[in-house]
Design a protein around this ligand. Structure first.
Ligand code: NAD
Length: 496
């Protein structure tokens, strides 16, 4: 049985504790490895390596840092198929989707290659007589990244390229469900020439996370996962005096107005609802059909969803399995609950015949119509291939529904009315908005993040927010070539 270890100071580290967890191929149900679960002592080893590497990396010139980043970018681009295959083997998503994940991570690496420009400070000449002021942005120290199962490569890459480029050192704690991508990325960094100890990986679960949150050498924490854990990480991390950004769960609504192109909207709902088996934080889980559009829209969505081929992601199918048996069973449970609460199951994925092994964690595309806001299929994040349809009579009702929802990650509106679209993006209380775009994931040079219970903290990921999060500002006031400094004066400095 393959053992999936930690990566500390440029090499694998087995860990000191005996705890492990099984890693499974979701398309076969077969256990393919045992991942080490770090305890506090293991976390300390990783953080100590990151702390020891920090001064050297902080002082490494920007040209040298960017050379390493460019090399990492080249290696990642050349070998993206290898990383995608690893993702599919442990997460289950289909090969083109895994490749898409790698590409979106690569975009952040490319953004971080521009770090010399991003770190430029300000300079004011002669602010007071012969007094100049300049500001610089400096790295924080060792930072922790804690990531979820659903994007084992992309989510860590939302953060570590920017953190490393800015001069920090990193301890990544990936999801214990699909840990291999993180080790592959760690080896790639070493090959790209990153000094040992700048990028470390600790495998594990809650104990590893707590170890990072409590370690005084960790200066900042970037977390992505479910809302209850995000809230916990934010509260415990900030109580320990750390800078924390904690991205949480989602319930993303797609509004379809009566004037929308229904074919475009139906394609979008299916792609965004069932891509990656609904296990995306930007997946559409609720379609809000406004006015008389509902019947025609539901029949078009259902027609298309029926054609999706569910199966092993390596076999050219459209949609893979769910990540674990427990998660599949939980999602199936929601379909039954929705039915019992009065929703109409217009497409039932429970009887799906997959192109894959009998023991895979399958659930086919499922559509629930006539969902109401008080039903558990509406209130809870399901995180599976279950699309709910809520019918409203007006735009105002649709907007009020979204704004009353505790989550605020992504949303979309489908319409041909520019005025309505503008009103929507102004009025909606959600961090990322698509107009005729169902999954509005911002490019790396913008920042990614939700509002309300979808993000705790005030910094989104990557873009200018990422650079700010991983650096702190220093303002330096200087006086040179001025021997007549005015002598003794105990008054507060004033400018002249
Ligand atoms: P999760 O919250 O179960 O786990 C996330 C991370 O936290 C993992 O590394 C896990 O090991 C750790 N963890 C789990 N329980 C913990 C606990 N009690 N204490 C401390 N650490 C703990 O999330 P998941 O199931 O891996 O991922 C799916 C969730 O992530 C969904 O809710 C999804 O919406 C969310 N997500 C959000 C975004 C976003 O950008 N907002 C992006 C991707 C995923």
């Amino acid at each position: 049985m393959r053992t999936i270890a930690h990566w500390i100071d440029g090499k694998p580290f087995e860990g000191t504790g005996p705890a492990t967890a099984p890693v499974t191929n979701p398309a076969t149900g077969v256990v393919t490895g045992q991942v080490a679960l770090a305890d506090t002592a293991d976390v300390r080893v990783a953080v100590a390596a990151a702390a020891a590497a920090f001064p050297g990396w902080r002082d490494t010139s920007l040209s040298r840092r960017t050379q390493i980043l460019f090399r990492f970018r080249e290696l990642l681009s050349e070998r993206r198929e290898k990383l995608a295959a690893l993702i599919t083997a442990e997460h289950g998503k289909v090969t083109p989707d895994a490749l898409g994940e790698v590409t979106r991570g690569l975009e952040v690496v490319e953004f971080a290659c521009g770090i010399p420009h991003l770190l430029k400070g300000g300079f004011t000449e002669n602010a007071s007589t012969k007094v100049d002021i300049f500001s610089i942005r400096q790295p924080l120290g060792p930072v922790a990244i804690i990531s979820p199962f659903n994007f084992p490569a992309m989510v860590p890459m939302w953060f570590f390229p920017v953190a490393i480029a800015a001069g920090n050192t990193v301890v990544l704690k990936p999801s214990e469900k699909d840990p291999s991508a993180s080790l592959w990325l760690a080896r790639l960094w070493t090959e790209a020439g990153l000094p040992d100890g700048v990028f470390n990986v600790v495998q594990g679960a809650k104990a590893a996370v707590d170890g990072l949150l409590d370690d005084p050498d960790i200066k900042a924490v970037s977390f992505v996962g479910s809302t209850p854990v995000a809230r916990y990480v934010y509260e415990r991390g900030t109580a320990a005096g750390k800078r924390v950004q904690a991205l949480g769960g989602a319930k993303n609504h797609m509004v379809v107005l009566p004037d929308a192109d229904l074919d475009l909207a139906a394609d979008a709902a299916v792609n965004a609802g069932f891509g990656s088996a609904g296990e995306r934080c930007m997946a559409i889980s609720v379609v809000v059909a406004v006015g008389e559009v509902a019947d025609a829209l539901v029949s078009r969505i259902t027609e298309r969803a029926r054609t999706i081929r569910t199966g092993d992601g390596t076999r050219g199918t459209d949609m893979g399995p769910l990540v674990t048996r427990e998660h599949r069973d939980r999602v199936v449970g929601y379909v039954a609950k929705g039915e019992a609460e009065g929703a109409r199951v217009v497409l039932d994925g429970r009887g799906v015949e997959p192109d894959g092994a009998a023991d895979g964690f399958w659930l086919g595309p499922t559509i629930l119509d006539h969902v109401r806001p008080e039903m558990s299929v509406y209130t809870d994040e399901i995180f599976g291939p279950v699309l709910s349809i809520v019918r409203t009579t007006s735009y105002e009702e649709a907007l009020a529904l979204i704004n009353a929802n505790p989550y605020g990650n992504g949303t979309a509106i489908f319409t041909n009315d520019g005025g309505a679209a503008r009103r929507f993006h102004t009025e909606v209380e959600v961090g990322m908005v698509g107009i005729n775009v169902p999954i509005p994931v911002p490019m790396a040079y913008y920042s990614f993040g939700g509002w309300k219970s979808s993000l705790f903290g005030d910094s989104h990921a990557h873009g200018s927010d990422g650079v700010h999060f991983y650096t702190r500002t220093k303002a330096v006031t200087t006086r040179w070539l001025d021997p007549s400094h005015g002598g003794l004066n105990l008054g507060f400095p004033q400018n002249d």
